[in-house]
Design a protein around this ligand. Structure first.
Ligand SMILES: [Zn+2]
Length: 279
């Protein structure tokens, strides 16, 4: 499931395969993923070039400009450029291919370039989204997306998470509070911070929330730097022990599986505690 580090990795892939080349062919193969009309996707992309990408939470944005466009990005794009907005759902990805007929399974959108190569936006379970926007900021406002988990400041994080109803895990995963964290990284952050995922968010003391913010940034940065490849993550991470009864990577205890907010959740009961205290 693409979370912030996975989408950051896809952004690097997009940059390496799709920037600065003239877009000559656009084909929508699964209109059910569109947040807009197919004709709008065509008009935003055809004849243009991608000049830059951006990411907010689990969304990837790519700026499409006419030749000569591409100046500084402000809240609303003043160069007449527009942005493609991609959400990868449960199984979405990107795949660049050069041979005609090599279209990958689950292709929802094909973007063909002047060099003959094609970038495919794929999803095998049809849970992604393809949209367009005047700017990433405008898209975030319209979709109620909170600040990116690597951009949010400590004080805003403490205030935002501390006033959520429900569990601290649900708060971390709520994209309108903080954008970018899903099930796997929520468990990882809570494990490394020693916080039990069922702790009510409103009962976590401020010092622990500040520690959660610090751990969240370290985890997401490390995972992004390692191309979101689970095999490359540090040995002490819970990621390697997501099985009921597995050895805890940090103590002599065993990992337990719970259900929190309806999601499979792994914890070490010896390492993680319900944290409350003075606010
Ligand atoms: Zn442990």
């Amino acid at each position: 499931v693409p979370e912030l580090p996975d989408v950051e990795n896809l952004r690097c892939y997009f940059d390496a395969t799709a920037l600065h080349k003239r877009i000559e062919r656009v084909k929508v193969r699964d209109a059910r993923l569109l947040e807009t009309s197919a004709s709008k996707v065509h008009s935003v992309l055809e004849g243009r070039r991608f000049t830059e990408t951006a990411r907010r939470g689990k969304r990837l944005f790519a700026r499409a400009c006419d030749d000569g466009g591409g100046g500084a990005t402000k809240d609303v794009d003043r160069d007449g450029c527009e942005w493609l907005a991609l959400h990868f759902g449960m199984t979405g990805s990107l795949e660049f291919f050069e041979v005609t007929g090599a279209r990958p399974r689950g292709t929802a959108l094909e973007i063909g370039f002047e060099d003959g190569g094609t970038l495919a936006v794929t999803t095998t379970r049809r849970l992604g989204k393809i949209g367009v926007a005047r700017s990433p900021q405008q898209y975030a406002r319209e979709h109620g997306l909170g600040p990116d988990a690597l951009e949010v400041g400590r004080d805003e994080f403490v205030e935002t998470i501390g006033r959520r109803r429900g569990s601290v895990k649900a708060a971390l995963m709520n994209q309108s509070a903080i954008a970018g964290i899903g099930n796997i990284y929520a468990d990882e952050v809570l494990f490394q911070a020693g916080v039990h995922p069922e702790t009510p968010a409103a009962e976590v003391d401020r010092a622990t929330l500040a520690e959660l913010w610090r751990v969240m940034r370290r985890v997401l940065r490390t995972a992004s730097d390692r191309a979101a490849d689970a095999d490359e993550m540090p040995r002490g991470w819970l990621l390697h022990a997501r099985n009921h009864g597995a050895d805890c990577p940090r103590c002599d205890g065993s990992v337990e599986k719970l259900s929190v907010s309806g999601r499979p959740t792994y914890i070490c009961p010896a390492c993680q505690h319900k944290r409350g205290g003075e606010r």
